[in-house]
Design a binder for this molecule. Structure first.
Ligand SMILES: Cc1cc2nc3c(=O)[nH]c(=O)nc-3n(C[C@H](O)[C@H](O)[C@H](O)COP(=O)(O)OP(=O)(O)OC[C@H]3O[C@@H](n4cnc5c(N)ncnc54)[C@H](O)[C@@H]3O)c2cc1C
Length: 416
């Protein structure tokens, strides 16, 4: 076991880091200004400007690992990407995670990354040409419509949206919410999960279908807030699908294959969130330490009050443990595939946002009132990280996966 970084790992991490230092941190205020000016739901000039810069430097589609036994169905399909391994990308994503809007600049932001993986693995040549190509080129954005307000969607067998074949079309009916990205006018395509056969076995009822965002019958009923933040300019929508008609060729992979696709989609996506959460934790710790060392209370610098030694030390311990687990999960995905790494993916999906929430909470404390206000990014960062204990499945569901695998080791104890 060798814990040192390879030249390739250092090369890509440092290039992303240099881009962040040169173009992202210095533009945090401009980003907020552009969000605040005019309409809420829009394209931001800064983002398009920096996307072009990142692309020109080859810092593009870094999330897409070398294709492991699932080459695109269209042999002519080509996209720009250095083909980083999950392990190499993990180090880059940590850097991107320090600023909440940075991953998009490298075409590495959710939900597009998960959707692009789905289209790479499961879409046919026509679907890839229509939607994957412009997504990989950063020309359009996408959304993923699985969760529904009416049912406990952490158990996806509950999803009720209906997808019914009618001649050469499918007709889609249902209500979705938490459709991330839905406010962004660049969103042109949605991957929608719904039931094609309610009478089939539980895991064969669901399918996934491509629905253009401008399809008649698709309406955004409202945008949701997260602790009061609207997450403009992308946001999270509640979406009504009322007799939405799409060509039969929009079905992904085939009827009843929805769970198979969902598994393929969420493995990498979950670890990407974790990688960025580590970056958010690392930035919060740095800011906490700088603050504690430069303010005086009750006759000494705040860091000299011993309670802060305890908190800073615990943050460092938690971040290091979380990072090692994340890198282990990424390495296992590279060497043995996503399925073999499912316990590690579940563990890091729980560990990373929980660590971030604790570290950021203490950083907020160190900043006093400023920490919960708009003068610091910590309040927004806390709100975002807290959602990751729910998004892509709540903690309990991932703990269930981990516990099941653990119990399975001792199943002889309850055998007849
Ligand atoms: C910011 C944000 C962005 C999101 N983006 C998207 C998106 O782009 N697309 C999309 O489709 N969805 C998205 N989601 C939805 C998210 O994936 C769901 O909220 C999540 O899967 C939980 O489903 P639910 O809200 O229906 O909660 P429910 O399924 O109703 O669960 C509620 C609670 O029940 C408990 N619970 C569930 N199962 C168990 C169990 N086995 N044991 C013990 N307790 C359990 C958990 O505490 C859970 O939080 C997003 C959510 C948020 C907050």
């Amino acid at each position: 076991m060798d814990f040192s970084l390879s030249q390739t790992q250092v090369h890509w991490r440092d290039r992303v880091k240099a881009f962040m230092d040169a173009h992202v941190f210095p533009n945090e205020e401009r980003y907020e200004r552009e969000v605040e000016e005019g309409a809420r739901w829009k394209e931001l000039p800064l983002v398009e400007e920096l996307k072009a810069k990142a692309k020109a430097q080859g810092l593009w589609n870094l999330f897409m690992p070398p294709l492991q036994g699932h080459a695109p169905l269209n042999p002519d399909f080509r996209f720009e990407s250095p083909g980083l391994t999950n392990l190499e990308y993990a180090l880059c994503a940590e850097e991107m995670g320090k600023v909440k809007w940075a991953s998009e600049l490298f075409n590495c932001s959710p939900p597009d990354t998960g959707n692009m993986e789905v289209l790479t693995r499961y879409a046919n040549a026509d679907q890839q040409a229509a939607w994957l190509k412009p997504l990989m080129d950063g020309e359009i954005r996408s959304t993923f419509l699985m969760t529904e307000p009416a049912v406990a969607s952490s158990d996806a067998t509950n999803i009720e949206t209906s997808i019914v074949r009618d001649g050469d079309d499918y007709v889609v009916d249902g209500r979705k919410w938490w459709s991330s990205g839905m406010g962004d006018p660049r969103v042109k395509i949605a991957i929608v999960m719904g039931k094609t056969d309610p009478g089939a076995a539980a895991h064969a009822q669901q399918s996934m279908i491509l629905v253009p965002a401008d399809a008649p019958g698709l309406t955004v009923e409202k945008m949701l807030t997260v602790f009061g933040y609207d997450h403009a300019p992308e946001g999270h929508g509640q979406v009504l699908l009322d007799k939405v008609r799409v060509p039969a060729g929009n079905m992904l992979l085939g009827e009843g294959r929805g769970f198979e696709i969902a598994q393929g989609r969420l493995g990498p996506g979950r670890i990407h969130h974790a990688m960025r959460s580590i970056g958010a934790s690392e930035r919060a710790l740095e800011e906490m330490v700088r603050r504690l060392m430069t303010r005086v209370a009750f006759g000494k610098r705040i860091h000299e009050h011993s309670v802060w030694e305890e908190r800073v030390a615990q943050a460092r311990i938690d971040i290091e443990m979380t990072r090692l687990l994340c890198l282990k999960a990424a390495d296992l995905m590279d060497r043995e595939g996503n399925r073999a790494a499912r316990t590690e993916i579940a563990m890091i999906k729980v560990a990373a946002p929980n660590t971030a929430v604790r570290v950021i909470d203490n950083a907020i404390q160190a900043f006093g009132g400023g920490g919960v206000s708009q003068v610091s990014h910590l309040a927004a960062s806390y709100a975002s990280q807290r959602t990751l204990r729910l998004a892509d499945g709540p903690d309990e569901v991932h703990r269930r996966t981990i516990a099941k695998l653990e119990f399975r080791k001792y199943r002889d104890l309850i055998a007849e």
